[in-house]
Design a protein around this ligand. Structure first.
Ligand code: AHR
Length: 315
């Protein structure tokens, strides 16, 4: 009798474990090469783990993300991944997910809601990324006067806020370095190009600019194009430092058009699925923040090889 009960329990446990989970993923959109890679890797990771991924592209709109989360709740998904476009305005929908007992994992960006409304957040230290970029500039220009133009990410997003703060922290006390213009390029290449064109016009055709700090590589790549069209030599006349480490920025570095980038891994889903798996298996609570690395790459780090290593990874 006991043997039969144990055998039945084992079958039930195995079949539950083997059952594919359904996870909803509310993605911001496809504004950058980095985000395309994050989407590709999330789909791959889900497939490898036998997870059914319900994917929703919010096209950069928070209201679309909120609607997607409500639809995931109505479907009764097992968990939700959320890459939040902006930091504010999530309380109600996260409370709804909590009431429905659906764990939410934040990917790559932060929210200003109470920590008990989500299971964990996977991402980098966004302030630190800005500090790494700023420190590179401090070390590179030394005592020289340097007028910096800044391309900010999406207004109200945590990377735009924190990468700005981090860069400002790094240049603080270095009076020779000054941010003279700062505007959003919305994390897109076209945004970066358009805003850089206006910076160039306002700054003597680029004569008065020593460096560009872009909150992501895509905006830097757009800005590089704007500089070339204006007869300015990016990477030499204007130093270029940005964040993400997408393949195209390594190509730009190999050509001498960009100088440095800070890596943000697009594999946020791997640690997120690991945390969810442990939580669902036996209730293991993950750390509230699962931090990924922020490595600096410069032209000395064999950019050709870095490009080759990344070019087929879904960017
Ligand atoms: O939240 C991460 C940022 O969002 C990436 O740096 C940027 O490329 C993306 O759009």
């Amino acid at each position: 009798m006991i043997k039969t009960l144990l055998a039945t329990a084992a079958v039930v446990t195995l079949s539950t474990a083997a059952q594919a989970q359904t996870i909803g993923f509310s993605q911001i959109g496809s504004e950058s090469g980095w985000r395309a890679a994050e989407t590709t890797l999330t789909r791959q990771q889900a497939e490898e783990r036998g997870i059914t991924l319900q994917f929703s592209d919010a096209q950069q709109r928070q209201e679309n993300q909120i609607a997607a989360i409500r639809s995931f709740i109505a479907q009764g998904v097992d968990a939700i991944l959320l890459a939040p476009v902006v930091a504010t305005g999530w309380d109600s929908v996260l409370e709804e997910a909590k009431e429905a007992e659906i764990p939410v994992v934040l990917l790559d960006r932060q929210v200003d809601s109470s920590e008990d409304l989500y299971l964990t957040a996977v991402g980098s230290d966004l302030v630190h990324e800005g500090e790494v970029a700023g420190q590179w500039l401090v070390d590179t220009v030394g005592e020289d006067e340097c007028r910096v133009v800044e391309l900010q990410g999406t207004t109200g997003s945590s990377p735009a806020i924190d990468r700005k703060t981090g860069f400002e922290n790094a240049i603080e006390g270095h009076d020779n370095i000054e941010i003279v213009r700062s505007q959003t390029g919305d994390f897109t290449r076209t945004g970066g190009k358009e805003v850089m064109e206006s910076f160039l016009q306002a700054e003597g055709g680029g004569e008065n600019i020593c460096a560009l700090y872009a909150h992501n590589d895509d905006m830097a790549i757009g800005a590089i194009q704007a500089m070339k069209e204006a007869g300015v030599n990016p990477g030499e006349d204007v130093l270029v430092v940005s964040i993400d480490a997408v393949p195209d920025i390594f190509q730009a570095m190999a050509n001498g058009d960009a100088n440095a980038t800070v890596e943000l891994t697009p594999n946020m889903a791997g640690p997120a699925f690991d945390a969810l798996e442990a939580y669902m298996a036996d209730g293991t609570e993950p750390e509230k923040f699962i931090q990924t690395e922020s490595k600096l790459y410069t032209q000395d780090d064999n950019p050709e090889a870095e490009y080759e290593a990344r070019k087929d990874l879904g960017y």
